[in-house]
Design a binder for this molecule. Structure first.
Ligand code: CA
Length: 226
């Protein structure tokens, strides 16, 4: 059952949303502050967030910006009046949709369903494990739900390792995956790319070692150490 987090300080509006969404088979949580919503999403991630722009503590825009630092959850903005939200601005901040008050709760429920359908795993996204998600189309790998900021070479390298868990790749094979000619100097550059990928993974999970070193052989992705 998809879980929808409603962040709205007006109880009457929240009530109609809770009623409409539960009627459509969604589980709901209602909060009235942006900071509380961020905390809630960290601890018990919802599948979609409906976010009012005018909140008493931090605005919905600011909430969404902070949310995007750790979560890719779909966001639908609720706007008090037409013009409060510019569609482009909303999308730049990372929202997936917005509705203007007064709205029809049934329409909101329908849009929620449409967004969830849209973000359901697409063919380009292989879930290599519960912890890594590779989106080849967008050249993006997420680790534990957090998008990694990788260079092209780092992306390709990690993608190659993730494709075949536990397989030990030699430096030469990894260079091949990068499309770089294997000659003496370049083999060492694999080590520095790996080092950089590891540092980025460690920012997400300090104690995990998903990439294992095999002395004299090369590297592997080990799900058991993720
Ligand atoms: Ca409000």
């Amino acid at each position: 059952m998809p879980h929808i987090l409603i962040v709205e300080d007006e109880a009457a509006i929240a009530d109609t949303l809770v009623y409409a969404l539960q009627g459509e088979g969604f589980a709901t949580t209602w909060l009235s502050l942006g900071a509380a919503a961020l905390e809630h999403q960290r601890l018990t991630p919802a599948d979609l967030i409906i976010l009012d722009i005018g909140l008493p503590d931090i605005s919905g825009f600011e909430t969404c910006k902070q949310l995007r630092r750790f979560s890719e959850v779909p966001v639908m903005f609720l706007s008090a009046r037409d013009g409060e939200i510019d569609r482009v601005v909303g999308l730049e901040i990372g929202a997936d949709d917005y509705v203007v008050k007064p709205f029809s709760p049934r329409e909101v429920a329908a849009r929620v369903r449409a967004i969830l359908k849209r973000v359901a795993p697409r063919p380009g996204i292989e879930s290599t494990s519960a912890l890594f998600q590779v989106d080849s189309e967008r050249v993006l790998i997420s680790y534990r739900g957090q998008p990694l900021s990788l260079t092209r070479h780092e992306f390709r390298l990690l993608q190659c390792l993730l494709e075949q868990p536990e397989r030990v790749f030699s430096r030469e094979q990894l260079l091949d995956a990068l499309g770089v000619a294997a000659d003496a100097g370049y083999e060492r550059s694999i080590d520095s790319h790996i080092k950089s990928v590891r540092a980025k993974l460690r920012l997400v999970a300090a104690n995990a070692e998903p990439i294992q070193t095999h002395r004299g052989l090369g590297y592997s992705y080990s799900p058991g150490h993720s």
